[in-house]
Write a protein that binds this ligand. Structure first.
Ligand SMILES: O=C(O)c1ccccc1NCC(=O)[C@H](O)[C@H](O)COP(=O)(O)O
Length: 212
């Protein structure tokens, strides 16, 4: 199996960006969502984005953003990918797609049962990837909660997908072996306190995923 892609999400300092790049993460996530402890302003996101080498992709996380705010965010940060992490409908992504050539679009899906995976396929023609995550509770993402990975067993994916939710250095290798995930994503499992990433945990997570 090829090495999985690795997204380290919710980075907010130059040091943590550098640690993720040094550990060979393939994607870096910047959360622009005020209620999150990982929220970065557009100004901060643009400065962090400028630090990321071209071979590492920058993913900007947005939640149920209005059209004008979306345009402003994309113009300010110039991400490679926008990850929609709210209740955005396929029709909304389809509209965004028409006006955003060259920008990849991901949709996060909260998985509560097998039906969640079936419903996710509605994004097949409008998103470049779906990211399966635990269902939203207090926050839409970054909750440190895993869903039942066995739901992915034998599922016929019609589109590119990734696995998120409660992953960390100690369980990511098992998660990859059990689900065959081509991309793994972690945030709160790599923190010493909410919103404070731990450099050693970033490195350990990447090593464990690369060795799975
Ligand atoms: O990380 C956040 O605070 C966040 C807030 C609002 C929407 C999305 C958010 N994160 C999205 C991610 O892609 C996380 O990496 C993903 O939900 C997994 O988080 P975790 O379970 O903490 O590893």
């Amino acid at each position: 199996m090829p090495e999985p892609q690795i997204k380290i999400c919710g980075l907010s300092t130059p040091e943590t960006i550098d640690a993720a790049v040094a550990a060979r993460a393939t994607h870096i996530g910047l959360v622009h969502y005020e209620p999150s402890p990982r929220h970065v302003t557009l100004e901060q996101a643009a400065a962090l984005r400028a630090r990321v080498p071209v071979e590492v992709k920058v993913v900007l996380l947005l939640v149920d953003t209005q059209p004008q705010a979306l345009v402003e965010a994309v113009q300010a940060v110039r991400p490679d990918v926008v990850q929609f992490h709210g209740r955005e409908a396929p029709e909304w992504l389809s509209l965004v797609r028409q006006y955003s050539r060259g920008l990849a679009l991901w949709k996060a899906i909260g998985v509560s049962d097998a039906g969640s995976l079936e419903r996710a396929q509605r994004y097949r023609d409008v998103a470049d990837m779906v990211l399966y995550d635990a269902p939203a509770k207090k926050l839409p993402g970054g909750q440190g909660l895993a869903f039942d990975w066995s739901l992915l067993g034998g599922f016929k994916h019609e589109m590119a997908w990734g696995l998120a939710g409660g992953l960390g250095p100690d369980n990511v290798a098992d998660a990859i072996r059990l689900t065959g995930a081509p991309l793994v994503d972690a945030s709160s499992g790599l923190e010493s306190a909410p919103g404070v990433k731990d450099l050693a945990k970033i490195a350990a997570f990447c090593r464990a995923a690369q060795g799975a």
